[in-house]
Structure formats: C-alpha cells, structure tokens
Design a protein around this ligand. Structure first.
Ligand code: MF3
Ligand code: CO
Length: 273
C-alpha cells in the first residue's frame, strides 16, 4: 500500500532530510586515508543524536548493528562499519545515512573518493550520481515509475556499467521501507503512476563490472561477485504538483527574502561537535 503524505508530513521529512545532508557533508569531510569505517559510524551517530529527538534510522533495523552503512570498493551497500576497516588512498566508500525524528524517516547516500582515485572509479562515481539525478528528473504526477527506472538503467549501461537488480529504492515515511519498490532498471511507459505527495528513496547502485552481487557471511554486506567496484547515491524525494523536490539536501534560502533578514527555512543545525 502506497501512503501519500500531507504537506505537513513532507515538511517533517524535509527537516530530517536537511539533517541527513549535514551529516553526509561532515562525513564526506572526514573521509580520508587512515580513518576507519567505525570512526565514521561514531561521528555519524554523534552528529545525528546531537539534534534533539533525532536517532539513526538504521540502528536495530532488522537487527542492523550500526548507525550508518559504509561500503568500501567492491561492497555495494549495507557494509557494517568496523574498526578493522581502515580507508586507504584510492579507495571509494559509500556512506548511507538515515534519520528518524518526530515519527518520520529520511534516507540518503553518497559515495566518496578516499584521496585521489583512478579514472575509472572517478567515472563510476560521476555516472552513478548522474543516474540519480536523471531518475529524479523523470518524477512528476501521472508519470509511470518505469520511466524513472529506465532513465537510470540507460545512463549506467551507456557508460559501460551495470545496475544491481537485487536491491531497489523504496517508498519512505513513517517506515524506512514502504511501498512502492523503486527498481533501477525497467521499461518506459510501465509501472505505477506517480502521484503528488508520494515520497520515494531513489537509490541507484551501479557496478563497474557485472551486475551480480552476493551477501557476505555477516548477513548484511552486499558485494559484487566479480570484485568490481560499486557506487551508490540516494536521495529522498517527494512528488510535487509540478514535478519533484529533493528532501535530503541542505535547506535553501527562501527566494525573494531580503538580504540581512536571515529568512531561511528552519534548518536543523546538526551538531558541530
Ligand atoms: N538506504 C538503505 C536502504 O534503504 C539503508 C538500509 S540499511 C539498514 O536499504 F540497516 F537499515 F537496513
Ligand atoms: Co534507502
């Protein structure tokens, strides 16, 4: 069942989304050679909890043991942060952050380079992020979900990469994972029609090699079978009357606001601890 949200409910998700964006900004700055993924988890959890009422969406979800997901190189998603996983120059790390507050979730991910990365990895990150925005560009009321899925798949495959099939994006709201499923592959003109007030987590997972993935013995980490690198970018997005709006970005100044009035949407200023 797809739950359509009211403007007020979307406002709550949007506040959480701004906090998610701030946390990802800070974690992106912290990503450098020598840092462990457990360090990132601690920083992420502290930054989330420093905001009153906010908790990490992932901790305890189906028994997930950490506050964020950190997936390195050939790990696709759901990597469990570990003090033994020290990031090295040339790695890539996908950082996935969810925040729950006031009964609502927001979910976003980015893949960061560790120091200088090789050309193919750079292209993988660029193309995967472009896939996310191309998918989002298809969102508008009345549009079939298959258009979004196809746009992501077409762009990844045109670059010589492949999209993961086993994991999909999702509706999000009072629950982290709601209907509908949002695949990163599909056929234009097919699938359910979007409606204003739907909130979707769009999250392309793109592999440099083949699409096949496997789950590690920890029962969480998803990895490419061929050992190729994988990237993941995710935004929580709502369908508006005109098109779409990304909820997991920094709050923007209100347009037309006069200089010096400090007119901004109330941004949760996540802990600068
Ligand atoms: N963004 C991921 C997802 O939607 C994060 C879930 S991690 C989990 O699947 F631990 F919460 F499952
Ligand atoms: Co998600």
């Amino acid at each position: 069942m797809i739950v359509v949200k009211t403007a007020m409910e979307i406002g709550r998700i949007r506040e959480n989304g701004a906090l998610v964006a701030e946390v990802l900004d800070r974690l992106g700055e912290a990503v450098q050679p020598g840092v462990t993924t457990a360090d990132l988890d601690r920083m992420g959890e502290e930054a989330i909890r420093a905001f009153p009422g906010a908790t990490p969406s992932f901790k305890g979800y189906n028994g997930y043991p950490a506050s964020i997901c950190t997936s390195v190189n050939d790990e696709v998603v759901h990597g469990i942060p570990s003090p033994r996983r020290r990031l090295e120059q040339g790695d890539i790390v996908s950082v996935d952050v969810g925040v729950h507050r006031n009964g609502w979730h927001a979910d976003s991910a980015r893949t960061f380079p560790v120091g200088e990365i090789a050309g193919e990895s750079r292209r993988l990150l660029e193309v995967t992020e472009e896939c996310l925005y191309r998918g989002i560009a298809e969102i508008a009321p009345g549009r079939p979900l298959g258009d979004l899925s196809a746009a992501i798949q077409e762009h990844a495959e045109a670059a010589g990469f492949s999209v993961v099939r086993e994991l999909v994006g999702h509706g999000i709201g009072r629950h982290l994972h709601e209907d509908p499923q949002v695949p990163n592959y599909g056929t234009r003109g097919t699938g359910l029609r979007l409606r204003a007030g739907m909130v979707l987590a769009v999250e392309p997972m793109v592999n440099a090699g083949t699409a096949t993935v496997e789950t590690l013995e920890d029962d969480w980490t998803i990895r490419t079978v061929d050992g190729s690198r994988s990237a993941h970018f995710e935004h929580t997005v709502t369908v508006t009357l005109e098109g779409s709006r990304i909820l997991t970005s920094a709050m923007e100044p209100v347009t037309g606001a006069r200089e010096g009035q400090g007119a901004r949407e109330a941004a949760p200023s996540a802990a600068r601890a």
